[in-house]
Design a protein around this ligand. Sequence first.
Ligand SMILES: Nc1ncnc2c1ncn2[C@@H]1O[C@H](COP(=O)(O)OP(=O)(O)O)[C@@H](O)[C@H]1O
Ligand SMILES: [Mg+2]
Length: 358
Amino acid sequence: MKRIAEQFRLDGAVQSVATLGEGFINDTYIVTTERARYVLQRKNRNVFTDIPAMMRNIEGVTSFLREKVRRAGGDPRREVMTVIPTHDGALYYEDAAGDYWAATLFIEDSVTCQSASTPELARCGGEGIGRFQRMLADYGEPLADILPGFHDIRFRFRQWDDALARDAAGRRASVAREIEWIECRRDEMLRFWQRVETGEIPRRVTHNDTKINNILFDRQGRVLCVIDLDTVLRSPCFNDFGDAIRTYANHGREDDEHLDDVWLDMAMFRGFAEGYLSEARAFLTPAETDALAFSVRYITYEQVLRFLMDYLDGDTYYKIKSPDHNLVRTRAQYALLRSAEERYDAMRAIVAELAARP
Ligand SMILES: Nc1ncnc2c1ncn2[C@@H]1O[C@H](COP(=O)(O)OP(=O)(O)O)[C@@H](O)[C@H]1O
Ligand SMILES: [Mg+2]
């Protein structure tokens, strides 16, 4: 580990390397030198197929943000992630095993939360994501599409139709009712995505992994910055909004067997929406604002489809703890979708109220 850390342009000799954080995707370490601390990550090669392109995306976005933070008189070492290059000036180091490593400055005096447990924390999460999108709303540089087809339901339906035709695990007949949940909403979901395909809803710089532990707070609990920029790409802003609500505002668990516990918590919805719109109303078009409430249904629907598709495929994508785990997830996510449908008008009213604030 020390030898890998020494490939990067660190200030001072490496004294120690220890594991850090509870990320699910990458292996994360903290490196201490005589003068500074750094984060060293082995990037997940199974999730990300083009890590060099991903690192160029991160470098482009963080350089742009750093300039804005500087101009606003902020602290560029704390209010934005700083990528540390290798001695040759590369953004990553490839080791003998073909694994990719990247280093960033450790952001000192920061705090992370593991779960968004209160509306106030949801509000902070919304503010972090909204600010990130706002500061990048005028980012003009190209971004590599490192996750092709992400949240594109037309692309998902192609996979879905293949999965149904294959019926790889022979389970199709047993889930006719669940398949109908997907089919009876196909047209409305395609119509929604069409607003992106026609350009009515623009693609902007989005984060795409809005978990609360990807937001750093200062010791006073104020949002410092958003980290974990591996999934940054150009996509509609509602992707971040819908996915955040899907996770933050689910009163139950993603694989809850007690379906009565699974519902959309409107206090959490309001919290996130309030934080998000406090930043995002400065740049969102009316069409984008109008799409926010439906995006909760859209993103939750996509997740029902993905769990059920993995069940049909014989559980090849999501890790399972029991043979019917993906079916349990499908039903729990569907309960959340039903709840979002019931609360759709209420969500629209809250968005309209918050978007109109001065
Ligand atoms: N630059 C940083 N400064 C401070 N803490 C960090 C930094 N980068 C990561 N961390 C901590 O490590 C955790 C995991 O890092 P992250 O980049 O989110 O990895 P993963 O992609 O696996 O989620 C974060 O939730 C945070 O607590
Ligand atoms: Mg993370």
